[in-house]
Unconditional design. Sequence first.
Length: 493
Amino acid sequence: MAEPELPFSTRLYIDGRHTDGTTDARIPVRNPATEETIAEVPLASVSDVRRAIAAARSAFDEGPWPRMRPAERAAVLLRMAEELERRLPELIALNMAEAGSVRWIAESIQTGIPVAHLRDMAERVMPAFAWERAMDPTITPGRGISQGLLRREPFGVCALIPAYNFPFFLSMMKLAPALAAGCTVVLKPALTTPLDSLLLSDFAEAAGLPPGVLNIVTGDVEAGRELTTDPRVDLVSFTGSDAVGRQVYAQAAGSLKKVVLELGGKSASIVCADADLEGAARAALSGITTHAGQGCSLLTRTVVHESVHDELVARIRAGLAQVTVGDPARESTTMGPLISEAQRAKVEKLIRTGEEEGARIVTGGGRPAGLDQGYFVEPTLFVDVDTSMTIARTEFFGPVGVVIPFRSTDDAVRIANDSPYGLSGGVWSADTTAAYEIAARLRTGGVVLNGGGSGVNPRAAFGGYKQSGLGREWGEFGLDEYLQTKSVSWAAR
């Protein structure tokens, strides 16, 4: 595969300027399909992160961005969207090489949907601020009659920390509403996939974003801790594992920051006896193979009525046999690599744990033949699984699915809810009313019925119950996270 040229700066971006940072440390960025180095980027020091926070603080407290009219901010966001669309081929090629996405994922989830989200935020910003309205006059005992206004204001300086799996998608999911609201930002991408985020500085400058509004730093655990503890940061939005999410939550507590967390998932698709088994099988196949299973909201548990269990397993197995694993740059490839050798080792360890605990592999379980370079794992399907097993409770973040049988609807709901997570879910039934009633009983932030809709909708509310996180992203609910509500009252005369 020919690596893409990088016609943009891979340096840190602080206060409207590119910089190498204060140390000589560099991070190699590798193509997970070839293990070749694409680029090296600076490793931000704690001092660099503090400079970025200071720039964002100054831009919020003294700069024009929070005080612009909503229509002016919307115009900047639309110019940014236009620049993104102009350079989509470059961004798609970069994403395939950096994140290991196959082409359809790079074109849709990784880049196309984020642009739609940015445009959606530009449309929403004016109605959100038009929400300002009068409070009803109120008689307060002993204080007379008061009246006033309720108004919306930007939350402040935001630390945005996306995960590695969908780097541009997740960065834009946080950045678009933060900017629309009038906030200023320090964005810290994942160490393994920083390039998609660093490219955002080009789009910001082309759109005319004022200096200091968007700052982009790489960095390790120390850099992340600085963002989550510095009192000049008002809000932290983090996407990643629940283990790291707990650390972020605890670190932010010291200065009582607002925290938005989008964490792990072990989502279940319930397949009833009357379901469209071909559609349900495709959904299970997608949950296993989409981006090599590296998605928090993927449906990786298939909970199926025992009467159609064997037939559904046969259909899923047949579908997995048609999956072509390999270099995402090839048109014939339908599933790419995991992001790193460390992630592959974690997935392979969990597969071994499943076998040791008594589950049975129907297909997969190893490494694809003939792929000596790259971090590949075969798409794998387990049966003879119960909810007590590690593989039924732990997020793989790899191409592995489990099938669990059920006897009654109550049984299915119990199995689906028997998880520390609650991010997404699915229900398959010919009776749509029954499917909806099951969906209402699931303790999860989103449910897809009979495969309708992709589950990735820029106008929806996305987020989880339980240990899948706090707060919501996308649409009006995502924008609300970056807005404060203020009451301004005065005495009625």
